[in-house]
Ligand binder design. Structure first.
Ligand code: ADP
Ligand code: MG
Length: 312
């Protein structure tokens, strides 16, 4: 065993201790062949899985280990948030290169566990292996639940529905630019995205939304996905986009920048959408109309694609 590294068994034991005793919906957690989750009565199960690859979704010279762990879990939680689900358990598959640094792994797990604790979800299992190459490979699986038939889909928007986004846009892209210029992170939404679980659950509980998606690839790309699934056209008012301070006045960052993990949702014409939902600002940015799926900004069709994560 090389210095700073521990055996796979010892690593899993370390992860198990960090995860603590099973709580809430996790009846059996880390340590058996499967986890056992107990969904609330009347709910159905939602599952999402996301790669988190070094060089593609994070960089050790740009993100701290804690930020990487946070972002890994946030990716999965944000998908649950988009559908209005609550988390039941998280699963982490982790492949570490031969010469991995234990310090990094500890920081990564700490970042992940801190967010997990705050969001009320337990790490309930995973897998650990040696990576074939020099890069860290992670995959995060989130299992959640929502009241039967009530989860928010991308396909639920209708002509006449208004379009809303939560929080502010372009902050993660603005922060990433600083990182690329060697200025490091600045504790913004690129480093510490906040999955909007409470907002998503409120949208379901209060029957506010007809459709929703989370903004991982950028507004232009994700809104187009929702339009395609719903077979409607989106008309956006460019000046209405709520821009994050780290985006400055640059609307293109709000329009195309990825990894903000805010929610985009639509609401029927008769629905009163409050200015804040679960303490998060909701801003109306446009309207769904009949027509071929597409996104129009101030009357002009958007052609540029969204965000390619670190590859810009
Ligand atoms: P198996 O051979 O049955 O897959 P493992 O030795 O891979 O067993 O895992 C033992 C236990 O540790 C399982 O409960 C598994 O879910 C958990 N586990 C393994 N790796 C991780 C990880 N990276 N994060 C969380 N739990 C893990
Ligand atoms: Mg295994």
């Amino acid at each position: 065993m090389a210095e700073g590294r521990i055996s796979e068994l010892a690593l899993i034991e370390r992860i198990r201790r960090g995860a603590g005793a099973p709580v809430g919906p996790v009846r059996v957690g880390i340590g058996d062949d499967c986890a056992i989750l107990a969904p609330p009565r009347g709910h159905e199960i939602l599952v999402t899985t996301d790669f988190f690859l070094e060089g593609r979704h994070f960089r050790q010279d740009w993100h701290t280990a804690e930020s990487a762990g946070h972002r890994c879990l946030a990716r999965g939680l944000s998908d649950l948030a988009a559908m209005g689900a609550r988390p039941l358990g998280a699963f982490l598959s982790l492949a570490l290169p031969r010469d991995y640094k234990m310090n990094w792994v500890d920081g990564f797990l700490q970042g992940l566990q801190t967010l997990a604790g705050r969001m009320g979800v337990a790490l309930a299992g995973g897998d650990t292996a040696q990576a074939p190459g020099a890069e860290i490979v992670a995959d995060i699986v989130l299992v959640g639940s929502a009241p039967k038939g009530r989860a928010l889909l991308r396909s639920g928007a209708r002509a006449g529905d208004r379009i809303f986004v939560t929080g502010a846009l372009g902050g993660a892209a603005g922060e990433l630019e600083r990182m690329a210029e060697g200025q490091g992170g600045c504790n913004g939404p690129q480093s510490w995205p906040e999955p909007r679980l409470k907002v998503g659950q409120a949208l379901v509980r209060r029957r506010l939304a007809s459709a929703a998606i989370d903004l991982s690839d950028g507004l232009s790309t994700d809104l187009l996905h929702l339009c395609q699934a719903s077979e409607v056209r989106a008309e956006i008012t460019g000046g209405s986009l709520p821009l994050h301070a780290l985006a400055g006045e640059r609307r293109e960052l709000g329009m195309h920048g990825g990894e903000d993990y805010e929610l985009l949702f639509t609401a029927g014409p008769e629905v009163k959408v409050p200015a804040q939902i679960s303490g998060v600002q909701a801003t109306e940015i446009g309207l769904m109309v009949a027509g071929d799926a597409g996104v129009f900004v101030d009357g002009e069709k958007l052609r540029r694609g969204g965000w390619e994560h670190l590859r810009g």
